[in-house]
Ligand binder design. Structure first.
Ligand code: FPP
Length: 237
C-alpha cells in the first residue's frame, strides 16, 4: 500500500525527482534475453512510474532516456532505443489522458527529423496539462548542456561582469524549473553519469541494486520515505 494516502504526506513530497533509468541490459541478460527486451521492459516501467508520480501529486519528474555518450553503443541498440521513443511519442494518448505535461531536454536538434517533429507534437499536445511535468532527457549530457548555455550567453552579448549563477541557470535546458531535490539511481551504480550536473548541486541521492525494469511504485515510495527523513542544510548548519 502506498504511504501517500493522507494529504499531509502529499504536501511533504519533494518538488522535483530525477531518475537515472539504469540496468535494462543486465535485467535482460539475467533472463537470457536480448538487450532490446531490457529496453522494452524499461520503457514500460517508465510509463508506469510516470503515471504513479502523477497520481501521488509529484510536480516534476526528469528521466534520463539517452545520453550524449550513449551513441557509443552498437548501432542496433541505439536504433532500438530511438524506435522505443518513436512508439512512445506516437501514442499521444500517453499525455492527453494522463494530464501529464511532457518536455524534452537535451540536444534535440541533432536527432533525426521525424523524432524532432514527434517531440514537437508531443510537447504541443500536452502544453496545457496541469499535472506532472515530465522531462525526458534525450541526447542529454550535463557538460554539453553547460557548453550550450555558455555559447548562448556569449552570443547574447552579456558583459562578463553581469554573468551570475542565474544567467547560467536561465540558459540551461531546464530554465524556469526548480532544481531536482532528489536523484534516484537504481542498478547498483553510484555515479551521476553527466546527469543534471549543474542542477544537482544540492540534491539528495538514493541508490539501490534494483534494476530499472524491476523498480516499482513501492520502491519510489521507499525512496521518498527515505528522502523525507533527511535534513537538507544547503551549506548552512
Ligand atoms: C540504461 O540501461 C538505459 C538506457 C541507456 C536507455 C534507457 C531507455 C529507456 C528506459 C527507454 C526510454 C523510453 C522512453 C519512452 C523515455 P543500460 O542499457 O545501460 O543497462 P545496463 O547498465 O544493465 O547495461
Amino acid at each position: 500500500m502506498s504511504i501517500f494516502k493522507n494529504k499531509k504526506s502529499f504536501e511533504e513530497l519533494p518538488t522535483h525527482i530525477a531518475i537515472i533509468m539504469d540496468g535494462n541490459g543486465r535485467w535482460a541478460k539475467k533472463r537470457s534475453l536480448p538487450r532490446t527486451a531490457g529496453h522494452a521492459a524499461g520503457s514500460k516501467n517508465f510509463k508506469e512510474i510516470a503515471r504513479y508520480a502523477n497520481k501521488i501529486g509529484l510536480k516534476y519528474l526528469t528521466v534520463y532516456a539517452f545520453s550524449t555518450e550513449n551513441w557509443k553503443r552498437p548501432k542496433d541498440e541505439v536504433d532500438n532505443i530511438m524506435n522505443i521513443l518513436r512508439d512512445y511519442l506516437k501514442d499521444a494518448k500517453n499525455f492527453k489522458d494522463e494530464n501529464i505535461r511532457v518536455k524534452f531536454i537535451g540536444d534535440i536538434d541533432a536527432l533525426d527529423e521525424d523524432i524532432r517533429l514527434l517531440i514537437d507534437d508531443a510537447e504541443k499536445e500536452s502544453e496545457n496539462a496541469t499535472g506532472l511535468k515530465l522531462n525526458i532527457a534525450l541526447n542529454y549530457g550535463g557538460r554539453d548542456e553547460i557548453v550550450h548555455a555558455v555559447k548562448k550567453i556569449v552570443e547574447s552579448g552579456i558583459p562578463a561582469d553581469m554573468i551570475n549563477e542565474d544567467t547560467i541557470g536561465n540558459n540551461l535546458y531546464t530554465a524556469g524549473m526548480p532544481d531536482p531535490d532528489f536523484i534516484i539511481r537504481p542498478s547498483g551504480e553510484y555515479r551521476l553519469s553527466n546527469y543534471l550536473i549543474w542542477q544537482s548541486a544540492y540534491a539528495e541521492y538514493w541508490f539501490s541494486d534494483i534494476l530499472w525494469p524491476d523498480f516499482r511504485p513501492k520502491h519510489l515510495d521507499m525512496a521518498i520515505e527515505d528522502y523525507l527523513k533527511r535534513n537538507r542544510r544547503y551549506g548552512g548548519i
